[in-house]
Design a protein around this ligand. Structure first.
Ligand code: GSH
Length: 258
């Protein structure tokens, strides 16, 4: 739904104010997932939607991926002109969540992946944020940095930045009992986010060299393997759609050529 301003005729981006009240929208957010349709909009790459896709698989609810086909037009259907978007619909009502972190936190809460108490929740979110930042900074400072700096940036990231990040996380994993989870005793959003970010690195040119750094860390790789041992997540990763997305990511990042 695209609207324009009365005065300038400019196209407006989707509003957070909907036909329903904020209270009605809050009820839609907490409705029984069996009564709700979820549509996740993102490009055919892993990156910012990978965790939500894994969370949906884990939660075993009714959801679908949609991929923009004419983003220049479709971007007005997004509050910030950016994806991912999560459209949530039930009984003729619809609301949209945006920003990957918000979508991931929403789904993680719904599927009980934020630990067993409020302290665990905040620690899990801290790990999530640190995992998120690793990918975000690597995108800006390595993958899409100035073309003549990319090779040097790749060296710095693979010999300094990522190894340092891994070493610090290993200390925490060890103190959590080397049990295949970042914090606590059960699968969490942070564990799943690690898998998504490793998937992201795997789509990059020379991605195998980056993934090898994670694989060489038994403690981190145990988290990776623990997530993949979940049968619903494993089934999603075996699906044709998942494989198409990985292929799409490789095509996009081939342009970074480091
Ligand atoms: N902070 C946002 C970043 C979103 C973002 O940059 N999305 C990119 C794809 S990775 C996008 O939709 N780009 C389309 C455009 O720039 O028109 C989030 O985490 O969701």
């Amino acid at each position: 739904m695209t609207t324009t301003t009365a005065t300038s005729g400019k196209q407006l981006f989707r509003s957070f104010h909907t036909e329903s009240s904020n209270e009605e929208n809050a009820r839609l957010l907490t409705a029984d997932p069996k009564t709700v349709d979820y549509e996740l909009i993102y490009f055919k790459i892993s990156c910012l939607a990978a965790t939500a896709r894994h969370l949906f698989a884990f939660g075993k609810i009714n959801w679908k991926n949609s991929f923009p086909t004419d983003w220049d037009e479709e971007k007005y259907d997004s509050p910030f002109g950016l994806t991912p978007l999560l459209h949530i619909r039930s009984q003729g009502k619809e609301l949209t969540l945006t920003e990957s972190i918000v979508i991931d936190f929403y789904l993680a809460k719904k599927f009980d992946l934020l630990g067993s108490n409020e302290y665990e929740e905040h620690v899990i979110k801290a790990f999530y944020s640190s995992i998120h930042a690793l990918r975000d900074r690597s995108l800006r400072c390595m993958t899409w940095t100035y073309a003549d700096k990319r090779k040097e940036a790749f060296e710095t990231w693979t010999t300094e930045n990522i190894p340092r990040w891994i070493k610090i996380k290993e200390q925490h994993l060890e103190r959590n009992g080397s049990n295949g989870h970042f914090f606590g005793e059960k699968l969490s959003l942070a564990d799943i986010h690690l898998v998504s970010v490793i998937d992201h690195f795997a789509e990059l040119p020379r991605g195998e060299e980056i993934v090898a750094l994670f694989r060489a860390s038994p403690l981190l790789w145990k988290v990776h393997e623990t997530v993949l041992a979940n049968p619903d997540i494993a089934a999603w990763r075996e699906s044709d759609e998942f494989k198409e997305i990985v292929k799409g990511g490789k095509i996009v990042y081939a342009k970074s050529r480091f």
